[in-house]
Write a protein that binds this ligand. Sequence first.
Ligand code: KIV
Ligand code: NA
Length: 262
Amino acid sequence: FEKMNINKIKKAKNIKKLTMITAYDALFAKLFEELADIILVGDSLNMSFAGKPDTLSATLEQMIYHTNAVCNGAKEAFVVIDMPFGTYINKDEALKNAIRAYQETNAAAVKIEGGEDRADIVSHLTSNSIAVMGHIGLMPQYVRSEGGYKVRGKTQEDKEQLLRDAIAIEKAGAFCIVIEGVMSDVAKEITQAVSIPTIGIGAGKETDGQVLVWSDMLGFFEEFKPKFVRHYLDGAKLVKDAVSSYKSDIQNKTFPSKEEEY
Ligand code: KIV
Ligand code: NA
């Protein structure tokens, strides 16, 4: 398969749709490596891996630990590490922490949430040779300050803000932008307004690519299915059925068999 880099990702715009998926460990990263253009070590791991209510308590140390696991499992993948909440509060902190991400992992790029308000930070990183993926629209790290997760782009004013956000992030040198939880007509306009690829999640089909959290798309998270998630596997049922078979084999004493003994 073709190993990706930021130039190939940028060139994909209007040529082929980009596939991005999250991974948090070596085992799944290896399974996704040949299929995904980009593997994201999302701070969503704080929720789906660590069981926390939001992404805000993820630490840089945890992100680095999981990114190393992903890079060890998928040595040829283009891996992006999410900069967690609080690690890019100003230009100096952002650069110091992004350099740690680069020096302590093999990640190809970092991802930062924010639009116009964070363009100076994105610009500081890109001018110091850090590849940055932007993230605009519904930004999970803003959940507490916004009082919840809200779909963006419902008013003319918000649409104009989102367009300014995307353009500011492109100008700041980002190679790609995630657009999350945005009305699909607005995501389409943003995609047409920038020359770098957009990768949507809950943003309709007109973005240059799509991203889903692996445990959501494979159906391992049973409590709740957001409208934008498609289940490609009934992971929870498959796992429970398998463990149930294991349990009954243990109870009936049919596991292990003669062939499975020493
Ligand atoms: O943390 C994450 O998984 C993300 C994606 C949903 C874009 O930021
Ligand atoms: Na994230």
